[in-house]
Design a protein around this ligand. Sequence first.
Ligand code: PA5
Length: 491
Amino acid sequence: MLHGSSPLSASTPTYTDPAWQRSMALKLDFNNMMEGAIGHVEGLEAGDVWGLQGRMMDVHRQISERSGRGGEFLGFLDLPYQGQDDLDAIQAAADRLAALGDRHVVLGIGGSYLGARAVIEALKNPYRNDISRQRRKNRPRLFWEGNSIDTDVMHALMGMLPAQRPEGIDDAFTVNVISKSGTTLETAVAFRFMQQRLKQIYGADHAEYVVATTDAQKGTLKGIADAEGYQQFPIPDDVGGRYSVLTAVGLLPAAIAGVNIHELVAGARFMADRCKNPDLHANIAYLYAVLRHLSYKSRRTVSVMASWTKRLEYFTFWYDQLCAESLGKDGQGVIPVATVNTRDLHSRGQQVQEGPRSMVVTNLVLETPDWDVVVPKVEGNADGLDYLAGKHLSEMVLSAMEGTAYAYAREQRPSMNLLIPQLNAFTLGQLIYLFELATVAEGYLMGINPLDQPGVESYKNFMFGNLGRADKAAYKAEFDARPKGSSDFMV
Ligand code: PA5
């Protein structure tokens, strides 16, 4: 243990205790959105916020009756209430894979990738791939692929994986391939490499080392998994990719890494129960949607999510994707920007403080970190930092956060703080459900379908056409006939 550091959070899981659950409730402090803090030109009036209650009743009806646009994909609302048996089956598969090899490769992109990674990065040691298996409690190191097309990274991964049947657990590896459609090119190509290597080293036994998370009935991956005899987990038909983190898509990798998935789902359930009440004074997800909507309507087209802990960096990426793919439609939609502070105060901070008045900031504030670390006193005080000696790093980050929010406010720049009492599976489950529900609510306030992604098909058509897929030949023809560029515009 680092000298001067001490654990702050209770490590005993107490997530079923209602009093503990209440102590872990997320809170939204939006004072710095309001005219009292940032003036009447830029700030909101209380009547603006509570005045949207009537519209939110309609949004609530569309969500709870699943009658709004894309309502057939609102199955994520049920996930906090999924059966314990389903979770136990995921846990059992995770334990089996964890015992087979110390390297686990997760293949998936977009909604089939970011949620799982966000959960693990938030809850596990940031250097977990570099610490001993024993310190990882016998859970494997994780590698994430199939989330891009990158020849150098694929080459590096293949170079690290064994080419012959490994002797011990250290080199042995397992694969979880995740794709709802079962046809996503990035993931499918990466799986082709992994499958070939697994067959090379394990021969007929290779199926034991693979789990496929995909559609229950259809898709190429489903066909492969059936033919090869891979263990499978279905993604429900009514759950869209970026809303699927609380299915096996996110839960299996999380369980493999040793996250308590029962606690994660319990946290989501706590938030879902809380959000059954449509009253904006009680419903934090609807309130967040309203604040963002009002802000967007006052031409704040950029929404900066600023995490004040590195542990939530991937969570900001997860939200970035959720927001961008859900709300960027019909010529509308706030542009999400993912940041971690204080790191990004040295870049984005300048822009938020003095750039265009098009930004609104959501601070993710971790109130009590797991560990507190005290700045040491050093002899001679050569760095002049003795005024900090004895101070806690958590105190420093809070000072930075409060100072930054005030610096924004005095320049009439809005921000709000989402307060997270501790970072554990329970609070992370709350965060996931909160942002999923808020995104749908915000989409309905905008009048768009937050549950589809027709725009993403466009690049795929031309990519597949260019790569020679027969059924996309028309796209190839259109591409070939496109206006050609001029050398005048190439320097
Ligand atoms: O949210 C979405 O629907 C997308 O981001 C998908 O998750 C992503 O495109 C991956 O799709 P699939 O799981 O079909 O491979």
